[in-house]
Design a protein around this ligand. Structure first.
Ligand code: DMJ
Length: 644
């Protein structure tokens, strides 16, 4: 009917639309016959339908939809095919360019927020009855308008401290009774002090130190935010008792951490380093400044979730709220390890702010993941935030996939073992990984291969070496019959990763198990070491779980190697080739060296009550977050606050 009607319209040479005179039809509608009137009416209604329908195809249709459909909102989880209109632009190689911003979060929500706020006020008892009630209209209204760190029910820091089983810093700052461990721990503290002082002297306020050229590095990962090494170091300084350094860092956050930046940031990196670092600093010290900053920053990340599925895009402009996918990610996809590594921090943002939106966003990610079919039960690394479908069947427990799995088990642990969904997802992912990826090399080393559409790539990245620790901390809550098996698997993976640390006792970025290789890098381009923590992280967890002295011994080997190969006059640097006899430095002291590598080493040589695993989980950047206890054990409710 619409196409038939279109013949009635044409543009005259002078422009403008008019009814063309057809045989037997007078220009005035009055002279039309009944059947002609019917056709005309059909045409008009078709036209209206077409225009209305077109709203849904326009790139910025949400705003228009709001005008026409003010009460309704497209559901967050819709595996919609957006008819190609929302597909990302591509370059000649077919890679997604994906720089088209998504609709601004503020614009989308402001009107709805206003409406809901007035509706909430009109309701009897319209104030929030329970800040965990996700359906509370007032809560939603405040959420959408932006909480700006003003929580309706102030977070009870005193209660949190009381409900910990152990004081955060242990009974004596985690001081080990074994004199050798004490000496080694002191050495690690000295390394931290050295790394910090050089950063402070040459790169203060920049993101990272360039120790050879003695200047600062800003980079483009943090969207104009500065001081990544400061924020990443706060908790390490604090637990090591580097009080003056911690106070300086805190003062910088207070006076200089400017969140009103306008650059393009990695949602993942800002979350794990800045959000994670600030959350930990708050939980350890109770200083309000950290809470205020972290909630404000968390709000700035929310627009990244503004996609048809609610799966966030990887890059966000912190100023405008526009977001897009990485240019290198195939077909405008989002990366599993990025959108899957938000849960711990976002749940804590809700805890601190009383604002449910953060938790809702990450719970929605789960919902999407649970809905789609997984090849052999595995989670591929690339997912379209538009359609909610996998884009490529590449599976890896290393880069692009890694911390997604880590956050499943840690979500369960952080929920005081109440988050059954996370538990189920973790153990079924583990089943799939064991069935499809876990391999034994001819030399008897256990490793986790990568999977490309069913074909195994017999390599393991340094990043994948965190999995020894992960499988270890997940052992206790697995099926009874599999607990010992998980612990053995964790020990085997950690052993393999230790084997890769040779001959310099530092390990390459990736190592292989084919063509005669046994945990060695076969490509020149894989031989670098950038001060990464993952192998040491697994030593730390395995030490806590087994107290097998070999883990402390392996950790000490790494300390000596770091001192020997990576320490330069003005800090620590990564190296270009772990097999070379003459060292070549990369001139970068990564912020994760201070937040993770040195912290895990320090914990390895400390008593287990320093940041006890009964009370804390570490985010993927080693920032400790407290286990959320809905019900504080009764004996602790009335107890004195856990003393420092
Ligand atoms: C850190 O930023 C985090 O551990 C992340 O999960 C992976 N990469 C680095 C350290 O290697």
């Amino acid at each position: 009917a619409v196409y038939a009607g279109l013949v009635l319209l044409s543009a005259p040479p002078g422009g403008g639309m008019l009814l063309r005179k057809l045989p037997g039809v007078s220009a005035s509608g009055m002279g039309l016959r009944l059947s002609q009137k019917f056709v005309f009416l059909l045409f008009i209604s078709g036209l209206v339908t077409l225009c209305f329908g077109a709203l849904f195809f326009l790139p910025d249709s949400v705003r228009l939809k709001r005008i026409f459909l003010s009460k309704s909102e497209s559901p967050a989880v819709t595996a919609v095919s957006e008819h190609g209109a929302r597909e990302q632009p591509r370059n000649a190689a077919g890679e997604a360019l994906s720089r088209r911003p998504s609709v601004s979060y503020e614009a989308r929500t402001a009107g709805r927020a206003r409406e809901e706020r007035s509706r909430a006020r009109a309701e009897p008892g319209g104030r929030a009855r329970d800040h965990h009630d996700h359906h509370d209209a007032a809560a939603r209204a405040d959420r959408d308008a932006g909480f700006s760190g003003q929580s309706r029910d102030a977070f009870d820091y005193g209660k949190l401290k009381k409900c910990l089983f152990k004081p955060p810093l242990g009974s004596d700052g985690g001081q080990p009774s074994d004199p050798q461990a004490r000496e080694r721990r002191d050495k690690v503290k000295e390394m931290m002090k050295f790394a910090w002082e050089n950063y402070r002297r040459y790169a203060w306020g920049k993101n990272e130190l360039r120790p050879l050229t003695r200047n600062g590095h800003i980079g483009n990962m943090f969207g104009g935010l500065r001081g990544a090494s400061i924020v990443d170091s706060l908790d390490t300084l604090y637990i090591m008792g580097l009080t003056q350094e911690f106070e300086e860092a805190k003062e910088w956050v207070e006076n200089n951490l400017d969140l009103n930046s306008n650059g393009e940031a990695s949602l993942f990196e800002v979350n794990i380093r800045y959000v994670g670092g600030l959350l930990s600093a708050y939980y350890l010290t109770g200083a309000e400044v950290f809470k205020k900053k972290v909630v404000e920053l968390g709000e700035k990340l929310l627009p990244a979730f503004n996609t048809p599925t609610g799966i966030p895009r990887g890059v966000i402009n912190l100023g405008s709220g526009t977001s897009w996918s990485w240019g290198w990610a195939s077909a405008g996809s989002s990366i599993l390890a990025e959108f899957g590594t938000l849960h711990l921090e976002f749940v804590h943002l809700t805890e601190l702010s009383g604002n449910p939106v953060f938790t809702e966003k990450v719970m929605n990610i789960r919902k999407v993941l649970n809905k789609i079919e997984k090849p052999h039960g595995l989670y591929p690394n690339f997912l379209s935030p538009v359609s909610g479908n996998w884009v490529q069947h590449h599976v890896s427990i290393g880069g692009l996939g890694d911390s997604f799995y880590e956050y499943l088990i840690k979500s369960y642990l952080m929920s005081d073992k109440t988050d059954e969904e996370a538990k189920k997802m973790y153990y079924s992912a583990m089943d799939a990984i064991e069935a499809n990826l876990v391999q034994k090399s001819p030399g008897g080393l256990t490793y986790i291969a990568e999977w490309r559409g069913g074909i195994l790539d017999h390599k393991m990245g340094h990043l994948a070496c965190f999995s020894g620790g992960m499988v270890g901390i997940g052992a206790d809550d697995g099926e009874l019959t599999k607990r010992q098996h998980y612990l053995d698997l964790a020990a085997e993976i950690t052993h393999t990763c230790h084997e890769s640390y040779s001959p310099t006792k530092l390990g390459p970025e990736a190592f292989r198990f084919d063509a005669g290789a046994e945990a060695t890098a076969t490509r020149l381009s894989d031989r670098y070491y950038i001060l990464r923590p993952e192998v040491i992280e697994s030593y730390m967890y395995m030490w806590r779980l087994t107290h097998d002295p070999k883990y402390r011994q392996w950790g000490w080997e790494a300390v000596e190697a770091l001192e020997h190969h990576c320490r330069v006059e003005a800090g620590f640097s990564g190296i270009r080739d772990v097999y070379a006899t003459t060292v070549s430095h990369d001139n970068m002291q990564q912020s994760f060296f201070l937040s993770e590598t040195l912290k895990y080493l320090y914990l390895l040589f400390s008593d287990d009550d320093l940041l006890s695993l009964e009370d804390w989980v570490f985010n993927t950047e080693a920032h400790p977050l407290p286990i959320i206890r809905r019900n504080c054990p009764p004996e602790r409710e009335d107890a004195e606050e856990a003393p420092e």
